[in-house]
Design a protein around this ligand. Structure first.
Ligand code: SF4
Length: 344
């Protein structure tokens, strides 16, 4: 259940990395990892951010966390532009923004007991008054994420992958955050465990009123947890819509291609399923992005305008925006969207 207050508003975010080289270390190229991304996340909702590796989704998450400095744009949390924050202000804002990482083992210090891993944010952000309250809170958090509090004295290597991800979630919750950025939180887990972690995140959201930015590389994972989905390609947003609209009426050719890659449970339909060939090509380098539409070298619907002019992100229906010339009413050579290619 969401209300309509934006918790997070990102406007024209850019994250460009300068590459230096040569004997004099001169600037040689710029990686446009995130190139003008705007979105909002309302309180209590889950926004999915989806795209192939290198599309800028994780960099966007790190910029929101202020772990990477944006090159331009604003990031507003409850109306305050946190790109302007430094020092103590920045440390304070970090408590309100937490991350759950893709690799639960790599994210946990193997030399620390779970008690200390989960409890560390309580100390860092001065959220506990004494040792007894500290321990009590850690045990509560372990229970909240479905782990036996008696395991608090153990070390990360004594847990399974799914349990380690639960520890990572407990650690994020310890800081009492308003927004949790889940960066591919289930992609390193067995399929059988993925659903358990997704269900846990959903339960915690209902119980604690959390807001999630949920990053994933495919559209299969985000379907069950997200209210809205933003599809990114080469540092830019190409389509954004409510979950149901995106799955039922995907409009951007890249979104359609991503949907065609989702396996289907029916074995006969799965055998007949054809993955859109657009996905077989390489993602172009963000150092030297294509002219016009960034997807045009892979798009089977590309035409002259696509190679020359970048399509703006246009809202075609309420809440459904697409960056594609096929939907430009001013483009005379285009008639109407083609039938949507979807898995059976
Ligand atoms: Fe394809 Fe052109 Fe649309 Fe880009 S603008 S997605 S190249 S049809």
């Amino acid at each position: 259940m969401t209300n309509t207050e934006p918790l997070l508003e990102v406007d024209n975010l850019q994250v460009h990395f300068k590459l230096h080289g040569g004997l004099l270390g001169r600037h040689q190229a710029t990686v446009r990892a995130v190139d003008g991304v705007s979105f909002r996340v309302d309180q209590g909702e889950t926004l999915g951010v989806v795209g192939e590796s290198g599309c800028g989704k994780s960099t966007t998450g790190l910029a929101v966390l202020r772990m990477i400095d944006p090159s331009a744009g604003s990031i507003r949390l409850n109306g305050d532009d946190i790109t302007l924050y430094k020092g103590r202000q920045l440390r304070r804002i970090r408590r309100r923004l937490q991350m759950v990482y893709q690799d639960p083992f790599g994210a946990l210090d193997p030399r620390m007991r779970v008690l200390d891993i989960v409890g560390e944010p309580l100390l860092v952000h001065k959220l506990t008054s004494d040792r007894h309250a500290y321990r009590k809170r850690v045990l509560e958090l372990l229970d909240l994420v479905g782990l036996n509090p008696k395991m608090a004295e153990r070390y990360p290597h004594e847990f399974s992958g799914g349990q380690r991800q639960r520890i990572g979630i407990a650690r994020a919750l310890a800081a009492e955050p308003e927004l949790i950025i889940c960066d591919e939180p289930v992609s390193a887990l067995d399929v059988s465990i993925q659903a358990q972690i997704i269900n846990l995140l959903e339960d915690l959201q209902s119980e604690l009123g959390l807001t999630y930015l949920f990053i994933a590389h495919d559209l299969a994972v985000v379907r069950h947890i997200c209210d809205r989905i933003m599809v990114m390609y080469l540092g830019q947003v190409v389509e954004t819509a409510s979950r149901d609209t995106l799955y039922d009426q995907p409009m951007h050719p890249y979104t359609q291609a991503l949907l065609s890659a989702i396996p289907v449970p029916d074995p006969r339909a799965e055998t007949a399923r054809e993955v859109d060939p657009s996905l077989q090509g390489e993602v172009p380098s963000p150092v030297n992005p294509p002219s016009g539409c960034p997807f045009h070298p892979r798009c089977r619907h590309a035409h002259d305008a696509c190679r020359e002019t970048k399509p703006p992100l246009r809202e075609l229906q309420s809440g459904h925006a697409v960056a594609c010339h096929l939907y430009d009413p001013a483009a005379s050579e285009v008639n109407a969207p083609w039938p949507v290619a979807r898995p059976a």
